[in-house]
Design a protein around this ligand. Structure first.
Ligand code: CMX
Length: 137
């Protein structure tokens, strides 16, 4: 597989506004984009940092994986996302290598990207997302 860059770092938060103020004002980051990803039960807020992004994640339901994460661990880094050239091929390669996937097939994520998560039990404790964008974000 070919990993092109770190697409984003996902940060789980309890409230968006104070954290947006920190990244947007105190840290002076730009390129702000926000959307609700229904399938993941999260509201996401992006800030550009060079070729990568910070993705703030707010749970929109108590059943959201982010709500569960925050209840257990508090706020903090939730996942790292690698942009790959061909996500279908990447998922098949990982499965063939015996890596445990959360998503056996890619699904739709923020920005209309196609995404697939690798289980943290297969990655020494880090939740890894693979994504393929129609355009660079
Ligand atoms: N990073 C590292 N480890 C994590 C983790 C994370 N973000 N979330 C859970 N884990 C670990 C837990 O600590 C736990 O480990 P132990 O058994 O050693 O305690 C184990 O994974 C199971 O966790 P859990 O709390 O019992 O939660 P679930 O098994 O119900 O769900 C997971 C965990 C990873 C399968 C689920 O969170 C998931 O499917 N995540 C992928 C989707 C997602 O996170 N979406 C939100 C972001 C969407 C976006 O960016 O658009």
């Amino acid at each position: 597989m070919k990993i092109k860059r770190i697409s984003h770092l996902g940060i789980a938060v309890k409230e968006l506004e104070p954290v947006k103020k920190l990244y947007g004002e105190a840290l002076n980051l730009h390129g702000h984009h926000e959307e609700v990803v229904e399938s993941q039960k999260v509201k996401v807020s992006f800030f550009k940092v060079g070729e990568t992004n910070i993705e703030l994640l707010l749970a929109t339901s108590p059943e959201s994986p982010v709500a569960k994460y925050v209840d257990k661990n508090g706020e903090g880094i939730h996942h790292i996302a690698f942009e790959v050239e061909d996500i279908d091929a990447a998922v098949e390669e990982l499965k063939a290598a015996g890596v445990r996937m959360i998503d056996e097939k890619p699904r739709e994520g923020a920005h209309g990207a196609r995404i697939a998560f690798i289980h943290p039990k297969s990655t020494h404790g880090v939740l890894i997302e693979l994504c393929q964008h129609a355009h660079s974000h």
